[in-house]
Design a protein around this ligand. Sequence first.
Ligand SMILES: Cc1ncc(COP(=O)(O)OP(=O)(O)O)c(N)n1
Ligand code: 3NM
Length: 452
Amino acid sequence: MTEKPSKIRTPIVMTIAGSDSGGGAGIAADLKTFAALGVHGTCAITSVTAQNTTGVLETFDLAPETIASQIEAVCSDMEVKWAKTGMLSSSEIIREVAKEVRKQKLFLVLDPVMAAEAGGDLLRKEALSVLIEDLLPTCKVTTPNASEAGALAGMEVKTPEDAKIAARKIADLGAEAVIITGGHLDATDLIYEAASETFTLVPGTFVKGGTHGSGCTYSASLTAFLASGESLEGAARKAKKFVEQAILRSLPAGKGVHPVNQLGAILEEKERYLVLRELKEAVLILESNPNFPDLIPEVGCNIGMAIPEADSYEDVAAVEGRIVRCRGRAVAVGCVDFGASRHVARIILASLRYNSQIRAAINIKYSEEALEACREMKLGISSFDRAEEPKNTRTMDWGTAEAIKKYGGVPKVIYDKGGPGKEPMIRLLGTGATEVAELAVKLAERIRQKSR
Ligand SMILES: Cc1ncc(COP(=O)(O)OP(=O)(O)O)c(N)n1
Ligand SMILES: Cc1nc(C(=O)O)sc1CCOP(=O)(O)O
């Protein structure tokens, strides 16, 4: 029997919060966030809400002892350091949770949930003072939005200046740090750290999309990043980006405020990682081939690959400084990175408009022999003529589209015979960077063989 390899310890975190039957906020949002960010999530349910995207219909609180029992069951078995709270609807629940936080010595992120965005109170009016007196002093950081900050600080928070005053007041009530999230102000989050009396701004952008569960997702992701060893500022920056992505990819579920999409938020990062990994492999294929240097044009060669649904240079990775010929070898001048190409990136972006599967391209030196080899290999070929290019267009956008239209689809090969001051060029297109690199290498070998 083979032994399971020992793994680096995955942080174990806990959410002490209510459930949302619509799956958008509360425990559901927290556990999805933990899973997306690679920490192990545990939970203690405080209340069950009958809720959907249009609001909270009913709430059923669990007995404080039942909540304590869940926390104790987890903490007696697993090493939980960081926890977060969400919906704690009554004074009794808050007191019990505060007792457990102290007993289990939890590092607490306190999300002072007061109401659902779509409608429905989640904190009884009389419980606010208990939250402030009993729980706030136990927390490492609290994450109110502007209106929650106003309620905690006993003032209106309408401007960034108000937010600064409120943050100090909340810290004076016992929180070690306060992050006032800016979703309701100017998209900038404000961090106040009591020990150093410092303010830090975390700018963001308003993104369009459903926001149901965004507050829970922010505090849960902050907890996950802190548990993974990030500093408060680092965790706050990452949590903000994560929530922006989750809103951007929110799901069209329900008739009200659509829920954020935590798994969608990490999808793009994963795609970017996969693209860089494949591109590095492709560059190695090119650099290690003895025949490929023959195909490097005067201007150098670049190979690019895009993430799915790419729509800008920043979505296409390529080689910084291109691949050049040096002492008879192909050498990548720099590393692979997003935004490193203009020409090859434009070829890919133009092709993507016609076929979303074609995400990679490479430019190689034009020669009659190379074109002949493409024909022999039965590759689909098309071309454009720079002399026909209309004014005020970009050659790569126009030329690629022109060749695709002429061919009736995206061909494997697009060439042009150059123009004044413009080197003729062949481009190979394909689904991935290794595919086009292997094709380039095969062509180079074939041309070399024929010239012998
Ligand atoms: C059970 C439960 N807990 C918390 C909330 C509030 O969630 P939040 O992330 O602030 O999102 P909105 O509800 O404001 O969209 C909730 N609704 N239900
Ligand atoms: C200069 C040039 N022209 C090309 C063409 O296909 O016409 S490819 C190329 C070199 C690659 O450029 P980049 O690093 O911007 O992708």
